[in-house]
Design a protein around this ligand. Structure first.
Ligand SMILES: Cc1cc2nc3c(=O)[nH]c(=O)nc-3n(C[C@H](O)[C@H](O)[C@H](O)COP(=O)(O)OP(=O)(O)OC[C@H]3O[C@@H](n4cnc5c(N)ncnc54)[C@H](O)[C@@H]3O)c2cc1C
Length: 182
């Protein structure tokens, strides 16, 4: 298969630390998937476990994305940091990261709990309180998906005043644990 590389090399994020910064700071990603040649996508809140190079999200036990991923675990993901409209330039500032991945739902209760801890630690204002609730929760009704990530590519367009924009604090993280299904 043809290997593609960014055509706008001037916009490529080459520093792995900067790629990880985008991955760590953002709260949700969009997962592209396909079943029998028919595409689908879902946006989910995630947490990244750097030691395992794995992403986790949780969801309701049934639904289209569950069926599509179970039929074909090969996915493609994008994480987007929205930096807003660049006034007067008809352009938009952003940093984004894409990667191929292999997705699977885990039934191992220990891995489920560990993944939910990673998500809670990332998103909750008071992770300890939520961790205590989780300790007593029945996890049968929650599905946890692990995405093992392939190589990351990063791209950015920070506009002509890039220095000022990159000094700006990235958008605050979400503090709300996502409901399983909306
Ligand atoms: C910022 C954000 C964060 C989210 N975080 C999570 C999360 O962590 N976990 C989670 O499970 N879900 C999350 N969601 C919701 C998620 O994107 C899906 O809507 C949801 O998971 C249901 O997906 P499903 O494939 O099971 O859809 P189903 O309920 O099976 O419905 C399938 C059909 O509904 C339509 N549909 C599904 N989702 C959407 C949508 N979002 N907008 C418009 N049409 C839709 C499509 O036409 C699709 O064919 C999030 C959404 C957003 C925007």
């Amino acid at each position: 298969m043809t290997e593609y590389h960014l055509q706008r090399t001037d916009r490529e994020i080459t520093d792995p630390a900067e790629i990880l910064e985008v991955v760590r700071m953002q709260a949700f990603m969009t997962i592209a998937m396909a079943r029998a040649g028919v595409p689908y996508l879902a946006t989910v809140n995630y947490a990244f476990d750097a030691d395992r190079r794995a992403f986790y999200f949780h969801c309701a036990p049934t639904g289209k994305k569950v069926d599509v991923i179970e039929a074909n675990p090969t996915v493609w993901c994008q994480i987007l940091e929205d930096r807003g409209y660049i006034d007067g330039k008809c352009d938009w500032a952003y940093r984004s990261v894409q990667f191929p991945g292999t997705a699977r739902f885990t039934s191992d209760p220990d891995e489920k709990r560990r993944a939910l801890h990673v998500i809670i630690d990332k998103l909750e204002r008071d992770p300890e309180a939520k961790r205590r609730l989780l300790a007593e929760a029945n996890l049968d009704e929650v599905r946890v998906c692990r995405i093992d990530a392939g190589p990351f590519t990063g791209k950015k367009n920070l506009g002509p005043d890039a220095a000022r924009r990159s000094a700006r604090k990235p958008r605050a993280r979400s503090t709300r644990l996502p409901r399983a299904q909306r």
